[in-house]
Design a protein around this ligand. Structure first.
Ligand code: KG4
Ligand code: ZN
Length: 339
């Protein structure tokens, strides 16, 4: 079945065409430069930019797939979680096209797109544990089957992506910061500075990254005066040490959960899954434990409509219902299950 997918939950406008599970095109227009001056996504600006871009992005996805609009048999669109103004733009576009073409429009959970994205390029089987590490989310899910998910762990405060972005902002490195910190860290010594690896007493599986931000701020204060990061800072060493603290926690949690639940198959998805050190450390850990591991390919790590279309196709194959067509900012992927 030829399916058009639309994703606009945050600051990337994206459309994709899939033939069954196979991706024929996946176009993503980033708004990074629009939000860079603010050091984070400004919801009102994001929604307006989606509105300006969405038609062209959909046209480009059809064009790259070599598919005419009239050949599309179904449409899938992200309904949440995300920024409601942004979500509404994608949903209105999808519903308008659905009416015009007379084809069904199905809502998709953004995180279902992320957790299933590692399956797009890998033979890994369910059940598995999937960790979503992005700008909006940091959580580990048990994927028993397609459509049957439980949340094993989540963050108490910042997401891993926010930690990277806020850390990079303090260091004056630009936005979004994850990729820049990753590149800087490659030239640094991860043992140069000691940053905390937080454990939440009330919930030992939970993540917490807000203390890390404070620790970086204090460290910068010690080095130079917190308000003026300067060229003389050992930036590569700071980035490597800061990144190692985030990666340590992520690897530790998912490996501990896998051992506890005796599930030897792991997947990592979301924007931060592009991180080179996280990929390296996860591979070492899984090789050592004899676990299978899957990551999405690089273009499928950050937000994209391809993963939304893939999730929709996997559900359609099984006759599972889609999400209702109402935009929501908060939406759990499944019930909370603390092992
Ligand atoms: O999945 P995504 O596009 O958006 C959300 O759904 O939130 O993730 C964006 C996040 C940003 O915080 C960005 O800094 C981070 O992913 N990111 C990275 C890397 N590439 C993107 N973080 C660490 N290392 C990277 N290489
Ligand atoms: Zn996302």
């Amino acid at each position: 079945m030829l399916l058009l997918a639309v994703e606009s939950s945050c600051d990337d406008t994206s459309a994709a065409v899939l033939d069954g599970r196979r991706l024929k095109s996946n176009v993503v227009t980033s708004q990074d430069s629009l939000h860079a001056d603010y050091g984070g996504v400004v919801p009102e600006l994001a929604a307006r930019r989606h509105l300006e871009s969405i038609d062209a992005v959909i046209a480009s996805a059809l064009d790259r797939a070599g598919v005419e609009l009239c050949e599309i048999e179904a449409i899938a669109v992200t309904r949440g979680p995300g920024l409601v103004g942004s979500l509404l733009v994608g949903m209105a576009a999808a519903q308008g096209l659905g009416l015009r073409l007379g084809v069904p429009v199905t809502g998709v959970h953004h995180l279902e797109g992320h957790v299933l994205s590692p399956l797009m390029d890998s033979e890994i089987q369910l059940p598995l544990l999937a960790m979503v590490v992005s700008g909006g989310h940091t959580a580990v899910y048990l994927l028993r089957d397609i459509g049957d998910y439980a949340e094993l762990a989540s963050t108490r405060d910042d997401s891993a992506g926010e930690a990277f972005d806020k850390g990079a902002k303090m260091l004056g490195l630009g936005y979004p910061g994850g990729k820049i910190v990753d590149e800087m860290a490659a030239r640094g010594d991860s043992r140069a500075f000691r940053f905390p690896r937080a454990v939440v007493k009330a919930d030992p599986w939970a993540f917490s990254f807000s203390g890390l931000k404070t620790a970086l701020w204090n460290q910068l204060g010690e080095l130079h005066g917190a308000s003026r990061p300067s060229d003389s800072l050992p930036l590569a060493d700071i980035c490597a040490s800061f990144q190692e603290a985030i990666v340590d926690v992520l690897v530790d949690r998912i490996m501990s959960l896998a051992l506890r639940l005796e599930i030897p198959r792991l997947a990592v998805a979301g924007g931060v899954s592009a991180n080179s050190r996280l990929r390296e450390r996860m591979k070492e850990a899984c090789d050592g434990a004899g676990f299978e591991l899957a990551f999405p390919s690089m273009p499928l790590c950050t937000d994209n409509a391809g993963m939304i279309g893939y999730a929709a196709q996997r559900r359609l194959e099984l006759g599972l219902p889609g999400q209702p067509l109402a935009a929501v900012s908060r939406l759990p992927l499944g019930p909370v299950l603390r092992p």
